[in-house]
Design a binder for this molecule. Structure first.
Ligand code: FPP
Ligand code: MG
Length: 323
């Protein structure tokens, strides 16, 4: 049984080795070029949280089955595809401490590698008769695309509310995590109440995950994160710490001028200093803790097991994560 969060090693979760082998097999079933690009730039270095969540959610209710492993492969392919496309959209140079695919091979190849991963996700679901999982994932992907468009349209828009932020955060991050836990529960044979609880758990850890992502964009270590920090404001993405700063009457005008003039890149150090001085990063962190508490409450509907224990522990890992 896994004991402390430091000792939790996602790789040791039941089914993860099987998942890795199947994922490699799925990607290998392509041209050498595509396989080599995926292998070098995107296949390694990820946290593999989505497959781990899906497998653990299914294991809470039944034995390890191939359907859960293949659904996990499909979710990871969708996640990787979304990152490849996101890096093109965001003009990001590095991901997982490696050059992004579009930097190394150009936009043309990167778009198509993303499409390839996307197609593979559906090949896997079709081959294994995972129709319900497909329905859930199609809905999740539609919301993810919508979330990206909303984000794009609201760049440098300082009149965004916390409600707007949370809607965007759900679509960007929560919806796919919730799809993983929901699909896992369904494949494991959970009751409707249990499926609902695990879906909510996925949504809640999604909110917390995104909030921590926003904080790390100000305070993270680039080497550990594997991607540049300060990217959100540079790109005009108004995240929770900035929404909170805008709410502060003392700094409202100051930060609004910076955003309006698109000067956030030059002012990043000053902004971080004020976010720390005004305790805003801590208050933002407290909101992440609120969602983690909600996620823990969702797990009260699930019977105790070492798999549930992992789901509990991962909530703390999300809060403490540095990458
Ligand atoms: C990273 O956000 C990006 C996402 C969480 C989702 C991106 C979604 C799409 C491109 C649409 C769906 C597309 C497919 C193919 C399924 P971020 O830029 O805030 O984080 P980052 O710093 O890690 O890049
Ligand atoms: Mg990005």
């Amino acid at each position: 049984m896994l004991k402390t969060i430091n000792k939790i090693n996602i790789k040791e979760i039941e089914g993860m080795k099987w998942f890795e082998e199947e994922l490699d097999e799925v990607i290998k079933n392509s041209s050498k070029d595509i396989y080599n690009i995926c292998k070098k730039n995107i296949l390694s270095g990820g946290k593999k949280i989505r497959p781990a969540l899906l497998l653990s959610s299914s294991l809470c209710f039944g034995p390890l089955v191939k359907e859960a492993v293949m659904a996990a492969v499909s979710c990871e392919c969708i996640h990787m595809a979304s990152l490849v496309h996101d890096d093109i959209i965001d003009l990001s140079d590095t991901r997982r401490n490696k050059p992004t695919i579009h930097i190394e091979h150009g936009n043309h190849v990167a778009v198509l590698v993303g499409d390839f991963l996307f197609a593979k996700a559906f090949e896997v679901l079709t081959k294994h008769g995972l129709l319900q999982s497909m329905e859930i994932l199609v809905d999740a992907i539609s919301k993810m695309c919508d979330g990206e468009i909303v984000q794009e349209k609201n760049k440098f828009n300082m009149y965004q509310t916390k409600k707007d932020y949370y809607e965007r955060s759900y679509k960007k991050t929560g919806v796919l995590l919730a799809a993983c836990t929901q699909i896992g529960a369904i494949i494991g044979g959970a009751s409707n109440t249990e499926i609902k609880a695990l879906k909510s758990y996925g949504e809640n850890i999604g909110y917390a995950y995104q909030i921590i992502d926003d904080i790390l964009d100000f305070t993270g270590d680039e080497k550990i994160l594997g991607k540049p920090i300060g990217a959100d404001l540079k790109e005009g993405n108004i995240t929770l710490p900035i929404i909170k700063l805008i709410e502060d009457q003392e700094y409202k005008e100051w930060i609004e001028q910076i955003i309006k003039k698109e000067k956030s890149k030059e002012m990043n150090i000053e902004i971080i200093k004020i976010l720390k001085e005004k305790d805003i990063l801590q208050k933002t962190y407290d909101e992440a803790i609120y969602f983690i508490d909600q996620a823990k409450k969702n797990l009260e509907y699930i019977k105790n097991s070492s798999y549930k224990y992992f789901l509990l522990e991962i909530t703390d890992q999300i809060i403490k994560r540095k990458k």
